[in-house]
Design a protein around this ligand. Structure first.
Ligand code: HEC
Length: 105
C-alpha cells in the first residue's frame, strides 16, 4: 500500500521534471539554432528557396536522421562540416527546438 502511495505521489513530480529537462533542451537548441543555423535556414526554419531548404515540411525525425547522415560524412559539405562540429546532445537540442516551428501547410 505504501509503495502504491509513493508512486501516486511521485509520478507527477517525475513527469514534471522531464518536462523541465525538455524545456531546457529546447532553449539550448534555440540558442544553437540562432547562432549556427538561422542564417541559412531562416529564423523560423522557413529556408531560402531554392538555396537553403526549409526545416518545416518534413517531420522532426526526418531532420534528425539527416543530421546523423551528414555527421557520418554523407551529403552537402556545408552540412557535413556543420553536423560534425556538433555533439549528439547539441543535435538533440536543436531537433527539439526545430520541432517547435509551425509546420508548413
Ligand atoms: C551556410 C549555410 C547553412 C548553415 C549555416 C546550415 N545549413 Fe543546413 N543546409 C544547408 C544546405 C545548402 C542544405 C541542403 C543540402 C543538400 O542539398 O543536401 C542544408 C540542409 C539541411 C537539412 C536537411 C533538410 C532537407 O530537408 O533536406 C537539415 C536538417 C539542416 N540543414 C539542418 C541544419 C541545422 C540544424 C543547422 C545549424 C546547426 C544548419 N542546417 C546550418 C545550408 C546550411
Amino acid at each position: 500500500m505504501r509503495s502504491v502511495l509513493c508512486v501516486a505521489l511521485f509520478a507527477p513530480a517525475i513527469v514534471m521534471a522531464e518536462g523541465q529537462v525538455q524545456a531546457e533542451q529546447v532553449s539550448a537548441g534555440k540558442a544553437l539554432y540562432k547562432a549556427h543555423c538561422a542564417l541559412c535556414h531562416g529564423s523560423r526554419g522557413q529556408g531560402v528557396p531554392p538555396m537553403f531548404p526549409n526545416l518545416v515540411s518534413k517531420p522532426p525525425e526526418a531532420h534528425a536522421a539527416m543530421m546523423q547522415n551528414y555527421r557520418a560524412g554523407h551529403g552537402h559539405k556545408v552540412m557535413v562540416d556543420m553536423a560534425k562540429s556538433l555533439n549528439e546532445r547539441q543535435i538533440d537540442d536543436l531537433m527539439l527546438y526545430i520541432a517547435t516551428f509551425p509546420p508548413k501547410k
